[in-house]
Design a protein around this ligand. Structure first.
Ligand code: GLN
Ligand code: ZN
Length: 771
C-alpha cells in the first residue's frame, strides 16, 4: 500500500498579499520586471517550503500565476489575439494587456482586456481566451517547465499542474468575427500539449496533474467523449510520464465512467462536494490507477472533521494499492494562514477554522494516520476536541432563531395581496409620474468619504464627527437628486464599504478575519465574512439612516436599501453544519425584521438587492430547481412582511436571465432593476419568451465605464424597451450602483437620464392623444 500526501494547488497571494504588492508596484512603474520575477520566485519557494514543513510528500508547481491560471494556459499555447501582437509577447507586456487592457498614448496603444468570467461557482474570476477561425497554437511559454525546474533545484518532489486541453477550449469563447467553436480546434491544440508534456518529461517530471474541471458539468457526451479520448490517447504515448486527471467543485456523476476509462494513471475525486461518486468510482476506476482522495475542503474555512474523513479514506485504502490524500480542489479559494488571526479572533473561533496552511497540515495528518498512526495520535485528539467544541458551543445555536424559522407557515412567504392590487395602492400612495426615474443605491465613494472612514477607524475622527460628516454627504446627495428631478431617491450608501460586510457587522453569527483574503481576480482580493452561528439581528441596522435621509426631501420617497439573504450568503464563508438554505432562512428573518422596521419608520419604498442570486446556481442542471426554490423562498421571507402600499424593489447584476427568469418572476417584487446594458438582446428575448407583468427598470447605461451616455443613445434604448414592456411598468435607471464613479460623470449621466424619461413622457402623452 503506497500513500502520498499533496494538494491540488496553493494560494498565490502570499501571507501578506505580497503578490498584490509586487504586480501593482510593477504596473505603477514603481518596480522593475526583474523585481517582479525575483519576488515571485521567493513567494513560490516560501509556499513550497511551507508545504514540505507540514509534511506533504509532493508539491504542485505551475499553480502560481501573476494574474490568472486560465490566462497562463492560453498564453502558454500561444492563444494571443491579434490585437495584442503589436506588444512584447515575450515578457509581461502582452500578458498583462490581455489581463487588464493597455492604454498608453506614448506608444500609441489602446487595447481592452479579455473578458472576465466567474470560475465555476467560486468568487474567483478567470480571463476568457478567444479562439479564432484561423487559430494557430504554438508552445509560447515554458512557465510551468521553468517552475518545475525551480522546484527541482530546491530539492522538492514536484508535480506540474496544467489546465487540460479540453477544459481550456471549453472555457474559451469564439473570437469576434469567427464562427468556429473553440472545441473544433482540439486536434490542432493537442500537438502543442504533447510538446509541453514531453518537455516536462525530459525535465524529469514523473507525474503531471491535468485539470479538467469541466468534468463536473453537464457535458454532451457525443462531443466530449471523443474529445477526451483523442487528447488523452495522444498523451498516453509520451514515454515516462504519468497523469493525474482532476476535476472538482462537484461530483463527476455521469462523467465518471468517461474519466475512469481514459488512459491516465490516477483519478482525483472531490470527496467534499462529490462524495456521492465514491462507491461507483471504486468499482469503475481500474485497480492499477491511483485514486486521489480530495478529503480536505479547499474552498471553505472550517477545520475538517478528521475522524469522519478518515472513515472515507479507510474505505479507499482498504480497496486500492495506491492512494493519495489531497485537497478537494486547489486551496486557491482559501485564505493563506490562520497565524495572523491569533489575537484578533477569540481562541474558541480560532479553534474551529482552517486556512490553507492548516489544510496542508490536515492533509499530511490524514496520510500519516495510514502510514504511521502513532505519529499523529495527539493531532487527531486535538482535532476531535475542536470539532466537538464547535458542535457544542452555545455561541453557535440560538434556539429562538431555530424555533422561529421552524414555526413559519406559508403566510410568511406571501404578500397580503396580489401584485395588481398592490400596484394600484402603491400608485395612489406614491404618486409617481410615468417612467419613474431612480438609481440603484450607492453614489460616488469619493476620496473624502474614504478618508473620513479611515480617520474614524483610526480614532482621529469621533463617532459624532463621523456621523455628522455622513449626514452632510447624505443631505447633499439627496438635495442634488431632488433638484435634478429624479423621482425615487436614495441616501447614497456612504456609510458602507461593502454591501455584505455592512450587514454582517451588525448581525449576530458573523465574525470578521484580519487577513482572510482570497483572490477574486488578478491582484484583487476579497475578505469574506465568516458565518459561524445562527444569525439574528440584535438591533435595527439602517432605520436611522433611512429616517434621516427621508427627512432631507420634502415630497419624494427615499428608498430603504438592504442586501438580500442569498447575496449575503453567497459572498461569505458559510457554516457547513447545517444546509445553506437554513442559514439563508435565518438571514432572511433578520432582513424581514429590518424591512418591517423601515416601513414603521415611514419608508415607503424598500430595495432588497440580490445581485448574487444568479451566480449561486449549482453546476449541474439537476440541482437548479432545489436551489431556486429555496433562494426564492428566502427572498420572499425577507420581503413579504410589509403592507400592500409599501413598494418592494430588488436589483440584479450580470443578467444572463433566461435560466432563472421564472424564479425572478416568483420573487413577487413590485419593481426590479437589472443590469442589462451589455446584453439588451438577451434580456429582451427573455421578456418575450417568459413575459413579465410587474414593474421593471432595465439599466439604461453601463456604470462600469466612466463614459457619459448621451440622451440620444439612452432614448433609443428606452424606446426599444417600450416595445417589450408596457409603458406604465417601465422605470428609467442606471444598471448598477454608482459607488465606483466620480461625481462629474454621475451628474451628467443622471441629468441625461432624467431628460430621457421626461421626453418619453411627452412622447407617450402625444401618442395617447393622437390614438
Ligand atoms: N445597492 C448597491 C449599490 O448601489 C447594489 C450593488 C450591486 O448590485 N452590486 O452599490
Ligand atoms: Zn448591481
Amino acid at each position: 500500500m503506497s500513500i502520498k500526501s499533496t494538494i491540488l494547488g496553493f494560494p498565490r497571494m502570499g501571507s501578506d498579499r505580497q503578490l498584490k504588492k509586487l504586480v501593482e508596484g510593477f504596473w505603477a512603474g514603481k518596480s522593475t520586471e526583474q523585481e517582479l520575477v525575483e519576488g515571485s520566485k521567493k513567494l513560490r519557494a516560501d509556499h513550497w517550503a511551507l508545504q514540505k514543513a507540514h509534511g506533504l510528500s509532493e508539491v504542485p508547481v505551475g499553480d502560481f500565476s501573476y494574474y490568472d491560471h486560465v490566462l497562463d494556459a492560453a498564453f502558454a499555447v500561444g492563444v494571443i489575439p491579434d490585437r495584442y501582437k503589436q506588444l512584447d509577447t515575450a515578457g509581461t507586456q502582452a500578458y498583462f494587456a490581455m489581463a487588464r487592457g493597455l492604454q498608453d498614448k506614448s506608444i500609441g496603444v489602446d487595447v481592452p482586456s479579455l473578458e472576465m468570467k466567474k470560475w465555476f461557482d467560486t468568487n474567483y474570476h478567470y480571463m476568457v481566451p478567444e479562439i479564432a477561425d484561423d487559430q494557430k497554437f504554438v508552445l509560447h511559454s515554458t512557465k510551468v517547465i521553468d517552475e518545475f525546474n525551480e522546484a527541482k533545484a530546491l530539492g522538492y518532489a514536484a508535480r506540474p499542474v496544467v489546465l487540460g486541453p479540453v477544459s481550456l477550449l471549453a472555457l474559451s469563447k469564439t473570437a469576434k468575427g469567427s464562427s468556429s467553436k473553440p472545441l473544433d480546434h482540439l486536434a490542432d491544440l493537442i500537438p502543442v500539449y504533447v510538446q509541453l508534456l514531453s518537455q516536462l518529461a525530459a525535465a524529469g517530471a514523473e507525474w503531471v496533474q491535468l485539470d479538467e474541471p469541466v468534468l463536473a458539468l453537464d457535458l454532451d457526451a457525443a462531443v466530449y467523449k471523443p474529445a477526451f479520448e483523442q487528447a488523452y490517447g495522444e498523451f498516453a504515448k509520451i514515454a515516462g510520464l504519468k497523469y493525474l486527471l482532476t476535476s472538482y467543485f462537484d461530483r463527476l456523476g455521469d462523467n465518471l465512467e468517461l474519466a475512469a476509462a481514459l488512459p491516465v494513471h490516477g483519478i482525483h475525486l472531490d470527496l467534499v462536494r462529490g462524495v456521492a461518486d465514491l462507491d461507483k468510482a471504486l468499482e469503475v476506476v481500474p485497480q492499477e490507477k491511483v485514486i486521489s482522495a480530495g478529503l480536505i475542503n479547499g474552498r471553505n474555512i472550517w477545520k475538517a472533521n478528521l475522524e469522519k474523513q478518515l472513515a472515507i479514506l479507510n474505505k479507499i485504502v482498504g480497496a486500492r494499492k495506491s492512494v493519495w490524500v489531497n485537497s478537494s480542489c486547489s486551496l486557491l479559494h482559501s485564505p493563506h494562514s490562520l497565524r495572523p488571526e491569533a489575537g484578533h479572533l477569540d481562541d474558541e473561533t480560532l479553534g474551529w477554522l482552517s486556512f490553507a496552511e492548516e489544510k496542508v497540515e490536515e492533509v499530511a495528518t490524514l496520510a500519516a494516520v495510514v502510514s504511521n498512526p502513532d505519529s499523529v495520535k495527539a493531532k487527531l485528539e486535538a482535532n476531535a476536541a475542536k470539532v466537538a467544541s464547535r458542535k457544542q458551543s452555545e455561541r453557535i445555536t440560538r434556539p429562538q432563531v431555530q424555533q422561529r424559522l421552524a414555526a413559519l407557515d406559508r403566510s410568511s412567504y406571501n404578500r397580503k395581496a396580489e401584485f395588481t392590487q398592490r400596484q394600484q395602492l402603491q400608485r395612489a400612495s406614491l404618486k409617481l409620474p410615468m417612467f419613474p426615474t431612480t438609481t440603484i443605491g450607492s453614489f460616488p465613494q469619493t476620496a473624502e468619504v474614504r478618508k473620513a472612514r479611515a480617520q474614524f477607524r483610526k480614532g482621529t475622527l469621533s463617532k459624532a464627527e463621523y456621523q455628522e460628516f455622513l449626514d452632510s454627504e447624505t443631505r447633499k446627495c439627496i438635495e442634488w437628486q431632488d433638484q435634478v428631478g429624479l423621482d425615487v431617491l436614495v441616501h447614497g450608501e456612504f456609510e458602507r464599504t461593502d454591501m455584505v460586510e455592512f450587514f454582517g457587522e451588525h448581525l449576530e453569527g458573523f465574525v470578521f478575519t484580519k487577513k482572510g483574503w482570497v483572490q477574486s481576480y488578478g491582484s484583487r482580493c476579497v475578505k469574506p465574512p465568516v458565518i459561524y452561528g445562527d444569525v439574528s439581528r440584535p438591533h435595527a441596522m439602517t432605520v436611522d439612516v433611512a429616517r434621516f435621509a427621508q427627512s432631507c426631501s420634502a415630497n419624494k420617497p427615499v428608498k430603504g436599501m438592504l442586501t438580500g439573504p442569498v447575496t449575503i450568503l453567497q459572498w461569505s464563508f458559510v457554516r457547513d453544519d447545517q444546509p445553506r438554505s437554513q442559514t439563508a432562512g435565518q438571514i432572511a428573518l433578520a432582513i424581514r425584521d429590518e424591512v418591517v422596521d423601515l416601513e414603521k419608520a415611514g419608508i415607503k419604498v424598500i430595495q432588497v438587492d440580490e445581485p448574487a442570486i444568479r451566480e449561486g446556481l449549482p453546476l449541474r442542471k439537476a440541482d437548479y430547481d432545489a436551489y431556486l426554490k429555496w433562494s426564492v423562498d428566502v427572498f420572499r421571507l425577507a420581503t413579504t412582511g410589509v403592507n400592500n402600499e409599501t413598494q418592494i424593489h430588488t436589483h440584479f447584476c450580470y443578467s444572463d436571465f433566461n435560466e432563472i427568469f421564472t424564479a425572478i418572476k416568483s420573487l413577487d417584487a413590485d419593481v426590479i432593476t437589472i443590469e442589462n446594458s451589455k446584453s439588451d438582446l438577451k434580456l429582451l428575448g427573455a421578456l418575450e419568451v417568459h413575459g413579465y407583468s410587474a414593474e421593471i427598470g432595465p439599466g439604461l447605461y453601463d456604470i462600469h465605464s466612466p463614459r457619459v451616455p448621451s440622451i440620444e443613445e439612452m432614448a433609443a434604448r428606452f424606446a426599444a424597451l417600450q416595445k417589450y414592456i408596457p409603458a406604465e411598468n417601465l422605470w428609467a435607471n442606471p444598471d448598477c450602483g454608482l459607488k465606483t464613479r466620480g461625481w462629474p460623470e454621475v451628474k451628467q449621466s443622471l441629468t441625461n437620464l432624467v431628460a430621457v424619461a421626461a421626453d418619453a413622457r411627452t412622447n407617450y402623452a402625444a401618442r395617447k392623444a393622437s390614438a
